[in-house]
Ligand binder design. Structure first.
Ligand SMILES: [Zn+2]
Length: 492
């Protein structure tokens, strides 16, 4: 099973319906060389350590991660004859759980080899080889199919990305893709969670430990920042299509609290900058159907997702403001045959509730929500809604480019006077947002802004997304006190 004592050949089933073999290179940082860029690694040679890691690689999430790596290499090789497959490099770095590209391998005789390939930094622990490994392998897989162009992101938000937040288009696509893999693993029962809070049969009261006491339960998922439970339940249920419930208590609650206002649909620009919404789109593409798809179907759909991503990356602009999620859906719809295109159109239209294609979508949804709220069951699915949804589908099948019709530009502003701080991360960053995606809670974080300003901003944006900073200032901020607080662009 072990090759050259440092490579592990694995039989992969699980994610892939077709068994295959994936080679792994296990690396570790050179002593006192961890801060170098690119990082310098040497191969793990300790046989007992390799055997331990081999055991961790049997986790269903790890097997899915390895199969995904092989699938991404297949997709890339099919498009790029010059692509050279390499074993999956896994660098065992304490606490370093993220995907990266480019490292230097130092052999025992001191010879250095530059390896300009995607790799993963993973904490050497059994836990890291579960959902974390799968998530980060999602980034590695997208990096492989993106090829040399990469997936450039231009951060707009004041905080690191997280599933509940609206950040920027590239981040949302890349993170949403990685999160959908975690949601699938939980959906299929491959990762039920290992912590006390994941075990619902336990109901512990009176304990001072946040990880187990019911007192802390409403905040404990939230306190992890990663919010692993929201990453499944809210992604499965498509809840990130709706505005945050908290609109009056500052930037962090608006961005981080998972509670939603189910009556208020986000706009198209907000959806393409939401990693939770992107994850729910990818998840729906794979898991759609009246019964659980079998392994072969899941495998084929995951491959098709990566093929569409590769096609999109090869043909669309590398501009970080490109609306990748909409470009990806458009690519899929254009490549679908007649039998499939209607069902794919239904998935994307139901996930966005029509927001990508219809200026009236938010009103239609609110009246549906209100009818349910008031038990006005005669109005719950009215003929008007039925006609609208049929019309959306017909128009989208005829022209997949329609998905981009409601999108505006990315128009960032920041407020140097207001600092946003998440204590555990240290430091602070100025309040920063895209005027086409800021939720009302984010708008209200700007000093001197009035209720009328917020209403005018929302109404003008719904009428027509802003095309530039000047357009925003002219339509919303003219003769206002809050305009003096704003600076165009992202903070330096
Ligand atoms: Zn990630």
């Amino acid at each position: 099973m072990l090759q050259l004592a440092t490579q592990v050949a694995l039989l992969v089933v699980g994610f892939a319906s077709t068994p295959g073999s994936v080679e792994v290179v296990l690396l570790e940082p050179l002593a006192a060389a961890t801060d170098h860029a690119p990082p310098r690694f040497t191969r793990v040679v300790d046989a007992a350590r390799i055997e331990t890691i081999h055991g961790w690689l049997e986790h269903p999430c790890a097997r899915r991660a390895l199969a995904l790596y092989a699938m991404a290499a297949d997709v890339r090789a099919a498009r790029d004859p010059a692509y050279i497959r390499v074993p999956y490099p896994i660098a065992l770095v304490p606490g370093g759980n993220h995907a990266d590209a480019g490292y230097i391998e130092v052999a025992t005789d001191g010879t250095e080899t530059t390896c300009d390939v995607p790799f993963i930094k993973l904490d050497p622990s059994a836990e890291a080889f579960g959902r974390t490994f799968l998530h980060e392998s999602g980034h590695v897989a997208l990096g492989i199919v993106a090829g040399a162009r990469g997936i450039p992101a231009e951060p707009v938000a004041s905080i690191p990305h997280t599933v509940t937040a609206i950040t920027d288009r590239s981040t949302a696509f890349n993170e949403g893709y990685a999160i959908h893999l975690e949601a699938i693993a939980v959906h299929l029962g491959e990762d039920a969670g290992a912590g006390p809070r994941d075990r619902h049969e336990r109901m512990v009261f009176g304990s001072d430990r946040p990880s187990e006491s019911e007192y802390f339960r409403p905040a404990v998922d939230f306190a992890s920042y990663a919010q692993p439970r929201a990453r499944y339940r809210m992604v499965r249920d498509g809840e990130f299509a709706f505005a945050p419930a908290s609109q009056c208590d500052g930037y962090l609650r608006a961005q981080l609290d998972p509670a939603r206002d189910g009556a208020s649909l986000l706009n198209a620009d907000q959806m393409v900058a939401s990693e939770g919404f992107a994850a729910s789109s990818f998840f729906a593409f794979v898991m759609r159907g009246p019964t659980l798809p079998d392994a072969a179907t899941i495998d084929a759909r995951e491959r098709r997702m990566l093929e569409a991503a590769a096609e999109m990356f090869a043909t669309r602009s590398p501009d970080p403001s490109a609306p990748l999620l909409v470009d990806w859906w458009t690519t899929l719809l254009r490549s679908a045959d007649a039998a499939d295109v209607r069902s794919l159109a239904d998935v994307v239209l139901d996930r966005c509730h029509g927001a990508f294609v219809d200026a009236d979508a938010a009103r239609l949804w609110r009246s549906t929500y209100t009818a349910a709220l008031t038990l006005d069951l005669g109005s719950f699915a009215p003929a008007e809604l039925k006609r609208a949804r049929a019309n959306w589908r017909d128009r989208l099948v005829a022209d997949p480019g329609l998905l981009a019709s409601r999108l505006g530009a990315v128009v960032p502003f920041h407020v140097p006077d207001v600092e946003i701080a998440v204590v555990a991360f240290g430091g602070a960053a100025p309040l920063s947002f895209d005027v086409n995606t800021a939720t009302e809670g984010v708008m209200r974080s700007i000093p001197e802004i009035t209720a009328d300003d917020v209403t005018r901003w929302s109404d003008e944006r719904a009428r027509q997304p802003f095309t530039s900073a000047d357009d925003f200032l002219a339509r919303v901020a003219k003769d206002t006190a809050f305009a003096a607080k704003l600076r165009p662009g992202v903070p330096n």
